[in-house]
Design a protein around this ligand. Structure first.
Ligand code: APR
Length: 263
């Protein structure tokens, strides 16, 4: 079901559709807000349950893992339990459908995400992950990928015992980019190239606080792109041309419907 937009949003939404239909290259950056309607808390939401006295930023770091690997691993196992049964929402589905629908046309959409969940993929989109993958593990010491074998998915995340690497005895950690760590080179190259060469850059469900990802919008702007932001709350992103102040799951299906109608 496609929701109604408030009248004040309609003009901006129509302007956005106009830009999107005339663009050859569109670059989309998503953040935790796009998965919020699937029931996954955003990063800067207050923590819940056992973890309500912690800040996500204080747990997602190599310093935290070096200081207390058990605590950080337990937090990720808890997050995995929280995310494992979550499904794509209308925002993920609209982006995937949109990307598919223009395959035979002159347009191209590059989707870059800061999210470590796989809801874009579950929806059928092709996406580049800047901050890694919640479901993958690697050794904190020697970097070798590590696959937990022989346990069913549910038990796997219920167990928060630390695992050691069979190659070097270092601790196994989630394959996620933490604060203070470098982004994967190839993913960052794809992101920079897509941002620098697009005509329209869309920022969806991100607080635009965390760099280098937050710098992609400015890179796009410097290279002449128009910027559209979808976020129910204001952000410090000052280079935006069109703000759609609504939930992604409400606005994206409408945008897609109008886009298809006008293209
Ligand atoms: N639709 C669109 N945006 C939403 C919605 C929604 N339904 N719900 C919340 N938001 C917005 C919030 O207003 C906020 O601006 O999503 C944004 C989420 O911000 P953050 O929690 O800061 O998430 P994100 O920007 O993805 O964080 C970037 O920081 O902690 C690190 O590595 C982590 O990838 C993460 C990075």
């Amino acid at each position: 079901m496609v929701a109604e937009l408030s009248t004040q949003l309609v003009a901006q939404q129509q302007h956005a559709v106009k830009l999107l239909t005339s663009a050859k290259r569109i670059c989309i950056l998503t953040g935790a807000g796009i998965s919020a309607e699937s029931g996954i808390p955003t990063f800067r939401d207050k923590q819940t349950g056992l973890w309500e006295n912690y800040r996500a930023e204080d747990l997602a770091s190599p310093i935290a893992f070096d200081r207390d690997p058990k605590m950080v691993w337990s937090w990720y196992q808890w997050r995995r339990q929280l995310v494992q049964d979550k499904a794509p929402n209308p925002a993920h589905l609209a982006l995937a459908q949109w990307q598919q629908s223009i395959k035979q046309s002159h347009q191209h959409i590059t989707i870059i995400t800061q999210n470590v969940d796989d809801l874009h993929e579950q929806a059928g989109a092709q996406v580049t992950h800047l901050h890694g993958h919640l479901w993958r593990n690697r050794c904190h010491q020697c970097d070798k990928p590590y696959k937990i074998e022989g346990i069913n998915k549910e038990n796997q995340y219920a167990n928060d015992e630390l695992i050691t690497c069979p190659h070097c005895a270092g601790y196994i950690r989630p394959d996620i980019v933490w604060f203070g760590e470098a982004l994967p080179v190839e993913a960052w190259q794809i992101a920079e190239q897509a941002a620098a060469s697009c005509e329209v850059f869309m920022s969806i469900g991100t607080s635009s606080l965390v760099y280098p990802a937050a710098g992609l919008a400015k890179l796009a702007k410097q290279n002449g792109a128009k910027l559209i932001e979808i976020n129910p709350n204001p952000t410090p992103n000052t280079v935006v041309d069109i703000t759609l102040a609504a939930k992604a799951g409400e606005v994206l299906p409408i945008l897609l419907k109008d886009f298809i109608k006008h293209s």
